[in-house]
Design a protein around this ligand. Structure first.
Ligand SMILES: [Zn+2]
Length: 184
C-alpha cells in the first residue's frame, strides 16, 4: 500500500480507538491525536529514507527491501508505544496515555495492510518469517536502482495496479474521506 492508504488506515484506526474508548479529552487534544494517529499510519515507511540513502551509490543487493528494517517490525512499535503509555501513567496524563495507544493503533494498521500481499515479520525478533494473506505479485525485473523514484514509478505502473492491495487501498481511502467529511 502507498501513502494515501496508510494515512487513511491510520486515521480509521485512531477513530475506532477513540470511539471504543471514549475520554474526557478536549476537542483540541482529540484533533491532535487524530493527526498523529493518521501520520502514524505511515511511520513504518520512514525506512524508505534509509533504504534510499543506502543504495544511492550501490546497486548490489536487489533482494533487499525497505520492509527488512526495524521500523517494519510490529514489536518495535509495541515497545515504543508502551513506553509512551507508561510515561503517561507516571505523570498521570490522560493525553500522553492516549498518545501511546494512538501510535500503536496507527502503526499496527500499517502492518495489517502490509500483511495482505507484502508480508510482515509479525514475530520478529523471535522469528523472521513473513506473514501475508496472499502471495506478493512478482515485480517486473528492471534495471532501476533499488529505492529510487524511477523504480517506484515503474512498480506503480507495471505491478501495483494489478494487486488486490491497490483496490483495497481505494476503498479504505474513500471510507476514511467519508468519515472525515462527517466530522468536519
Ligand atoms: Zn510498509
Amino acid at each position: 500500500m502507498v501513502l494515501p492508504g496508510h494515512l487513511a488506515g491510520g486515521y480509521l484506526a485512531t477513530i475506532a480507538l477513540l470511539t471504543v474508548f471514549p475520554s474526557d479529552l478536549t476537542i483540541n487534544q482529540i484533533n491532535t491525536l487524530l493527526i498523529i494517529g493518521t501520520l502514524a499510519g505511515e511511520f513504518p515507511d520512514i525506512d524508505l529514507l534509509f533504504f534510499n540513502l543506502k543504495y544511492r551509490h550501490n546497486t548490489a543487493n536487489r533482494n533487499d527491501s525497505h520492509r527488512n528494517y526495524i521500523t517494519h517490525i510490529p514489536f518495535f512499535w509495541l515497545v515504543s508505544s508502551l513506553i509512551v503509555v507508561i510515561i503517561g501513567i507516571i505523570f498521570n496524563s490522560t493525553f500522553t496515555k492516549y498518545l501511546g495507544w494512538v501510535i500503536l493503533a496507527g502503526t499496527w494498521s500499517h502492518f495489517i495492510l502490509d500483511s495482505i500481499e507484502y508480508g510482515i515479520r509479525w514475530f520478529a525478533p523471535i522469528s523472521n518469517k513473513r506473514f501475508a494473506i496472499k502471495l506478493e505479485v512478482p515485480e517486473k525485473p528492471t534495471s532501476d536502482r533499488p529505492g529510487s523514484l524511477k523504480q517506484y514509478f515503474h512498480f506503480l505502473v507495471q505491478t501495483y495496479w494489478k494487486m488486490s492491495t491497490f483496490w483495497l487501498e481505494i476503498i479504505v481511502t474513500i471510507v476514511a474521506i467519508c468519515i472525515l467529511a462527517r466530522h468536519l
